[in-house]
Design a protein around this ligand. Structure first.
Ligand code: GLP
Length: 260
């Protein structure tokens, strides 16, 4: 895994946005895998800025979101549909027909999930998957003990994740128990993974995911097995990494052709 440590979340987000903009520039019909949560908000804001100020064109881009709460309609303010429209889609020139977000209201969830996987395949797979990380190491909503080969399916949230996400709902007891999430196998099939993590409360999960053993008990650790995974961290999220100085040196001395 490539570990890129920046002084602030803003700088890390700007850098990740530049990488994604470069991918869209090289492949205007790129397929993006998108994440929600507080972490990628600055990344989306920067991509919006690049669209508005520098003409970054999303008209041929296709997106697949990682996850959604079961039982929330798209207009529920805590739904990931609402989040994505608020922070990203309504500010860019994306074709609404190219936006895919798991349907939390699907009546037949297994069949919906199988179709979601087929739709990703039909678009040629995900070029770049954006990821946040839960304090318990989850990616998407793949909680600890998720199969490392899992595909899109229903999952049950842990008490810790429901408590972490309580502010979006006004109380942990109001957070749904069930979600639909792309699987770890789905994520691993993408051609590049960009993991973002900021703040001290992510330092432990980052340490275990980057430098610990690969284990289903720390789902993000599977990214060690991904051929092109890049972790964009701020100083506090990176504060428990034993090799932080090495990662910084590597990044600062990248050959010119590897820079973005
Ligand atoms: C949520 C999302 C994840 C996200 C994570 C961290 O539950 N399902 O995709 O990465 O938790 O959220 P945050 O960025 O708000 O810390």
């Amino acid at each position: 895994m490539e570990v890129i440590i920046q002084p602030t979340p803003e700088e890390a987000s700007r850098l990740a946005a530049r990488l994604i903009a470069g991918i869209i520039g090289a492949k205007p019909d790129a397929v993006l895998g998108l994440a929600t949560g507080r972490t990628p908000v600055m990344l989306y804001a920067e991509l919006v800025r690049l669209h508005q100020r520098e003409g970054l064109d999303f008209s041929r881009v296709t997106t697949f979101n990682l996850d959604e709460y079961v039982g929330l309609s798209p207009d529920h303010p805590a739904s990931y549909h609402a989040f994505m429209h608020e922070h990203f889609f309504r500010h860019i020139n994306i074709d609404p027909g190219r936006i895919h977000i798991p349907d939390g209201m699907a009546s037949d969830i297994p069949s919906f999930c199988a179709t979601y996987e087929e739709d990703i395949r039909a678009e040629g797979g995900i070029d770049v998957q954006i990821l946040g990380i839960g304090t318990d190491g989850h990616v998407g909503f793949n909680e600890p003990s998720s199969s490392l080969a899992s595909r899109t399916r229903i999952k049950t949230l842990t008490a810790r994740t429901r408590s972490d996400n309580a502010p979006d709902f006004g109380g942990a007891d109001k957070v749904p128990h069930h979600v639909i999430t792309a699987g770890i196998g789905t994520i691993m099939d993408s051609r590049m993974c960009i993991l973002l993590a900021f703040g001290e409360n992510k330092a432990d999960a980052i340490n275990r995911s980057v430098e610990g053993p690969v284990t289903a008990m720390m789902p993000a650790s599977v990214l060690q097995m991904h051929p092109v995974a890049k972790a964009f961290l701020d100083g506090t999220a990176a504060s428990k990494l034993s090799r932080a100085n090495y990662y910084k040196w590597v990044y600062d001395h990248k050959p010119e052709w590897q820079r973005f």
